[in-house]
Design a protein around this ligand. Structure first.
Ligand code: PSV
Ligand code: MN
Length: 399
């Protein structure tokens, strides 16, 4: 690799940051139950402390996404959380309202037939906007659990119209430098229809709600074999790509470690971003976020593994020779064009990434250095004792 190629990759890495999710450090489970880990975070202070470890060892995870109901106590001012985040060398990232947990949302939140429930959901969004302002967050990231389980159950067109109306007050409440991110998902928790099922629905809704609204792509929220990088390319070209939730999947929304099943797909997504950057002369600043809850992997290690994997795949995609690629594309030289991608994907990028870490005084092996620090066993000991004191039972709830 030439010096100038290495420089291009290092410059790209300087622009690459990835946000960790507060919920990825706490005990989570499947609908069949939870397996507790002694070292799992118990409260927001633990979550931020753990996220701080990920940033300290990688150098590119400075923000943490927060879930309003899981991370803020009712009425708690955002400034308290900002201070706590600062203590661990972090900033607050996307604010995630919760429109799926409350009993009143059995038949929907923003799309509920009951106007009082819609108003309650709308107020929660406005409170979330307040928290975003208080914490200096630029993003209110919405995932809607709304939908239905049976054909004929509900009027899909009515719900579509009401959704735009219920989102508009949030749009008006945000500052000009803040954005709503609309996440789509084709199934779960409902299984017949979801109100924002795919990127096209997110896109149309975002356009209706207003210019501060963009589309969020969660890599786990697609049907098997869907061409996610094409969606990304279209969203880039229409300037409607708001951000990512990264994870990998084998069957459904499995929340597996990013790149663990299909690293080439992750690479192809990053490739579309770099190719767009090359063509337009500016690498877009995209909020890259991890959305993973590790049930059985140790949580901080899993987050380090994810971040490092994302960084390596991002670097590989930055190594694609765009001039050559464009040349072959124009001439329909498909094998040569494809080889541009394959060569970059299969090349060993490790030395380039190691050199980047070395130049920035970062640990060369973030996972190894974290393991050596002994943080995990200290946290496990202290948190196990605290759990016993608080009476937190094996089911994860308070006794
Ligand atoms: C829903 O599956 C989702 O992807 C949304 O982003 C939620 O906020 C997150 O997962 C919670 O785990
Ligand atoms: Mn998500």
């Amino acid at each position: 690799m030439t010096d100038s190629q290495i420089q291009t990759i290092h410059q790209a890495l300087d622009c690459f940051q990835i946000e960790t999710p507060s919920w990825g450090f706490a005990d989570t489970g499947t609908r069949f139950g939870k397996f507790l880990q002694d070292a799992a975070a118990i409260d927001i202070s633990d979550k931020l402390a753990d996220a701080g470890q990920v940033h300290a060892f990688t150098g590119f995870c400075p923000t943490v996404a927060l879930h309003v109901l899981w991370d803020f106590k009712p009425g708690q001012p955002g400034s308290e959380i900002v201070q706590l985040a600062q203590k661990f060398g972090l900033r607050v990232g996307a604010i995630n309202p919760n429109l799926f947990q409350d009993q009143i949302y059995k038949y929907g939140s923003l799309c509920n037939r009951d106007s009082e429930i819609r108003a309650r959901a709308g107020n929660h969004l406005l409170e979330s906007a307040q928290l975003a302002k208080q914490t200096g967050s630029r993003l209110v990231s919405i995932w809607l659990g709304d939908g239905s389980n049976y054909p004929g159950q509900t009027n899909i067109r009515w719900r579509k119209r009401v959704l735009a109306e219920t989102l508009r007050p949030l749009h008006e409440a945000l500052n000009s430098d803040q954005q709503i991110l609309l996440e789509y998902k084709p199934f779960e928790p409902t299984f017949y229809h979801t109100d924002i099922a795919d990127w096209g629905m997110s896109y149309l809704l975002a356009k209706e709600v207003g210019p501060k609204t963009k589309v969020l792509v969660d890599t786990g929220h697609h049907y098997l074999s869907q061409n996610i990088e094409q969606i990304v390319a279209w969203l880039l070209d229409t300037e409607m790509l708001g951000g990512f939730h990264f994870n990998d999947r084998r069957y459904a929304d499995d929340d597996l470690t990013f790149g663990s099943i299909d690293p080439y797909q992750a690479f192809r997504i990053f490739h579309e971003i770099h190719f767009y950057g090359w063509e337009t002369g500016r690498l877009p600043e995209i909020p890259y976020m991890i959305d993973q809850s590790h049930i059985d992997k140790p949580k901080i290690e899993a987050m380090l593994q994810t971040a490092v994997t994302a960084q390596e795949l991002y670097a590989k995609a930055a190594a694609v020779d765009h001039v050559r690629l464009a040349h072959h594309q124009e001439r329909n030289q498909q094998i040569d064009a494809e080889e541009c991608l394959r060569r970059a994907f299969f090349a060993d990028i490790q030395p380039v990434v190691l050199e980047w870490r070395k130049q920035r005084n970062l640990p060369l092996d973030p996972l190894g250095a974290f393991r050596e620090s002994g943080y995990e066993s200290r946290a496990a000991k202290e948190r196990k004792a605290r759990r016993a004191e608080l009476g937190i039972t094996a089911s994860g709830s308070y006794a």
